[in-house]
Design a protein around this ligand. Structure first.
Ligand code: FHN
Length: 581
C-alpha cells in the first residue's frame, strides 16, 4: 500500500461523525415531520409581554439582567407586577407588519411567547384571568399572529414557559394542579388558532418538572396534534446553555443551544440555536448593544454549516413595535438571503471540520463555500476535498462566469476574481462528482520541528466539552464533565526532545483541577492555573517530552478530578523543540 493511499485511508478513518465522538448514536432514521423545519433553517423568535412596559426599569431604578426577567431580578411582588395589566395597550401592534418583516428577512417560521415565566398569557385563555383579555387592549394577540403567519406563508410556533411565577400552584405540593392547567393551555394553543407547527417549551429546569412529565406532555401533544414538532425543553435533556441532548435518553425533537453555536455541531442531530440581536430577549430601553448585520448573517451561515437552525430574537416595545434597530438589521439579512438563499435553505452541514477562510454548506453533489476572508492571492484552497470538480461559479454573479479550478495534493484550488461580490460573505457553488469525500489534512510539525495543537483541530470525546470561538475565545470550552477527553494526532517528521506548553484560562473560583497531558508514552500533569476570566489565557510550562521516531503521535488531555464548575478553557498544547533531529 503506497504512503499516499495509507495516509488517505488513515485520515478517512479519523473522520468519525462528531456524534459518535460524543459517545451517542444519531437517530437511525430522521423523523420526516421535521423536513420543512430542516429546509427552513431560519426563524424569528419574539419575546413580548408585560415586561416590555417597564423595559428594564422599576420604581425609577434599573433592574439588571434580561428584560423579561424583571419581576424575578427586581424582586417585584406578584401583585405589584400585576399592576402592569391595566397598562398593557400596544396600540401600534400590527401582526401583519411583524410577519412581513420576518418574511422580508428571509425567515420561514416564527416562534412567539404565549406565556413567559411571569405567567401572563398573551392569548385568550379559559384557564386564567391573567391574560391579554384583562388588559385595555382586549385582543387575542395569538389569533392575529397566527392569521398573519398564514397570510405570509410562515410556519407558526408557540413558546410556552413551564416555569410560572404567577400561578399559585406552579411550585410546591400543588404542582400537579398546575401541570393540569399547563396541559389545558397547551390544548387551547393547539386547538384555537388553526394548524400550529412548533411547541417551544422553556423554564423546564424547575425541580417540580421531570423528564417523565415532559415525556407525558410530549406524547399528549403528539396525540392531539401529530404534525407539531416539539423542542427538547419539554423534558430535562437540555444540558445547560449547550442545549443538546441524547435522544436515546431524553424527549424532544431538536436540541436548543442558546446564545452560542456548537463548535462542530452534532452530525445526525436536529438542533436550533436561539440568539438575541442585542443582549436581551424582552425589550430593555437601555440595551443598545446591537450585533451588526454582518455578525447576524455569519451566525446564520455558521449555524447552517453545522446542520443547525437559527432562531433570531426580536423584543417588541410596549407600544407593539419591533425596534427599528432590529428591523434594519433583519432587512440587511434578507437582502443577503435574497441572493444567496440557495446556500442556506434546505442545505446540510458541510464536510469540513474547519475552513480558515469561512464556512461550507452542502446539498447532494454541490458544496456552497461561504468566503468571509477573501484570499489576498485570489486563490481559494479547499483542503482535503478528494472529489473531482465539475464546475465552480459565484452565486449571484449575473455573468455566471466559471471559475478555474485545479488540484494540489489533497486540496482543490479555485482561482477567484480580485474582489468579492459581497463583503459579508461571497458564496461559491462548487459542483463535484458524487457525494463529498474529505480527508482531514494531518497535523504536521513546522519546518523548525515545533507544532501548535490548536483547539479548533482537536477531537473531543464526551458530551459537554466542545470547541467555541468568537468573543476572544478559540478554545475547548464548556468542559464541565471531567470524563470528557480532548485529543489530537499529528505526524512526526522531526523526532527529538520538546518543551510542552499548555495555553488555558480558568476563573479562580473553578481553577486548580489536576489535568494530565499524555504525549505518546509520556504523561505530564499540572494543576489548572487561575486567570482573570474565561478569555484571559495563560501559558503553563508542563515539562519536556521525547518523541523518538517518525510516525504518528497521539496527544490526550484528561481531567484527574472533578472541577468546581469546569475543568478549563483549553486553547492549545504547543511542542517547542529543544533538540530535534
Ligand atoms: O429564562 C429564559 C429566557 O428568559 C429566554 O426566554 C431564553 C430564550 O431561550 N430561555 C430561558 C433561558 O434559557
Amino acid at each position: 500500500m503506497n504512503l499516499r493511499f495509507a495516509r488517505v485511508l488513515m485520515c478517512l478513518l479519523l473522520i468519525l461523525p462528531a456524534a459518535r465522538a460524543f459517545g451517542v448514536q444519531p437517530p437511525a432514521e430522521p423523523d420526516h415531520r421535521l423536513d420543512w423545519w430542516r429546509e427552513a433553517r431560519f426563524g424569528m423568535f419574539i419575546h413580548w409581554g408585560l415586561y416590555a412596559i417597564p423595559a428594564g426599569e422599576w420604581d425609577g431604578k434599573k433592574v439588571p439582567g434580561v428584560g423579561e426577567w424583571i419581576m424575578h431580578n427586581g424582586h417585584i411582588p406578584r401583585d405589584d407586577y400585576a399592576t402592569l395589566v391595566p397598562q398593557f395597550n400596544p396600540v401600534k401592534f400590527n401582526a401583519d407588519e411583524w410577519a412581513r418583516i420576518a418574511k422580508d428577512a428571509g425567515m420561514k417560521y416564527l416562534v412567539i411567547t404565549t406565556k413567559h415565566h411571569d405567567g401572563f398569557c398573551m392569548f385568550d385563555s379559559k384557564f386564567t384571568e391573567y391574560d391579554v383579555m384583562a388588559t385595555p387592549f382586549k385582543r387575542d394577540i395569538m389569533r392575529e399572529i397566527s392569521d398573519a403567519c398564514r397570510k405570509y406563508d410562515l410556519k407558526t410556533g408557540w413558546y410556552h414557559s413551564i416555569w410560572d411565577w404567577h400561578h399559585p400552584d406552579a411550585s410546591g405540593p400543588t404542582f400537579d394542579e398546575y401541570a393540569k392547567v399547563l396541559e389545558k393551555q397547551v390544548d387551547e394553543l393547539l386547538a384555537n388558532y388553526g394548524p400550529i407547527d412548533i411547541m417551544w417549551f422553556d423554564g423546564e429546569w424547575i425541580p417540580e418538572w421531570t423528564e417523565e412529565r415532559g415525556r407525558d406532555l410530549y406524547e399528549h401533544i403528539r396525540k392531539v396534534a401529530p404534525a407539531v414538532i416539539i423542542n427538547n425543553r419539554v423534558g430535562k435533556g437540555r444540558g445547560g446553555m449547550a442545549g443538546l441532548h441524547d435522544p436515546s435518553q431524553n424527549v424532544g425533537d431538536f436540541g436548543t443551544p442558546e446564545q452560542e453555536i456548537p463548535g462542530q455541531g452534532i452530525p445526525g442531530y436536529d438542533w436550533e440555536t436561539c440568539m438575541t440581536m442585542n443582549d436581551t430577549w424582552g425589550f430593555r430601553k437601555d440595551d443598545h448593544n446591537w450585533k451588526s448585520a454582518r455578525t447576524l448573517v455569519r451566525n446564520l451561515i455558521d449555524t447552517a454549516s453545522k446542520g443547525g437552525n437559527f432562531l433570531l430574537n426580536v423584543g417588541p416595545t410596549a407600544e407593539g413595535l419591533i425596534p427599528s434597530e432590529s428591523v434594519d438589521r433583519l432587512h440587511e439579512v434578507g437582502q443577503w438571503l435574497s441572493v444567496n438563499g440557495e446556500s442556506i435553505y434546505g442545505t446540510s452541514a458541510g464536510p469540513f471540520k474547519r475552513l480558515e477562510w469561512g464556512r461550507c454548506t452542502s446539498r447532494g453533489d454541490r458544496l456552497y463555500l461561504h468566503v468571509f476572508d477573501w484570499p489576498s492571492d485570489h486563490r481559494l484552497v479547499v483542503p482535503g476535498l478528494l472529489n473531482d470538480v465539475i464546475s465552480a461559479t459565484i452565486v449571484g454573479d449575473s455573468s455566471g462566469a466559471p471559475l478555474h479550478t485545479s488540484r494540489r495534493n489533497e486540496s482543490v484550488l479555485i482561482d477567484l476574481p480580485a474582489r468579492p461580490i459581497n463583503d459579508i460573505a461571497t458564496v461559491i457553488a462548487l459542483n463535484i462528482v458524487g457525494q463529498s469525500r474529505v480527508v482531514a489534512i494531518p497535523l504536521r510539525q513546522s519546518d523548525d520541528g515545533s507544532i501548535a495543537l490548536r483547539a479548533v483541530d482537536a477531537n473531543v470525546i464526551g458530551f459537554t466539552a466542545r470547541y467555541e470561538s468568537g468573543g476572544g475565545k478559540d478554545n475547548i470550552g464548556f468542559w464541565t464533565d471531567p470524563n470528557d477527553v480532548v485529543t489530537w494526532q499529528f505526524e512526526v517528521t522531526r523526532p527529538g526532545r520538546f518543551r510542552v506548553v499548555m495555553s488555558e484560562s480558568c476563573p479562580a473560583d473553578t481553577a486548580d483541577t489536576l489535568v494530565a497531558v499524555r504525549i505518546g508514552n509520556t504523561e505530564l500533569t499540572t494543576r489548572v492555573s487561575p486567570t482573570q476570566g474565561w478569555t484571559d489565557f495563560t501559558n503553563l510550562e508542563l515539562g519536556e517530552v521525547t518523541i523518538p521516531v517518525v510516525g504518528t503521535c497521539d496527544v490526550r488531555v484528561e481531567a484527574r478530578g472533578k472541577p468546581a464548575l469546569a475543568v478549563m478553557n483549553l486553547r492549545s498544547i504547543t511542542l517547542q523543540p529543544i533538540d530535534s533531529r
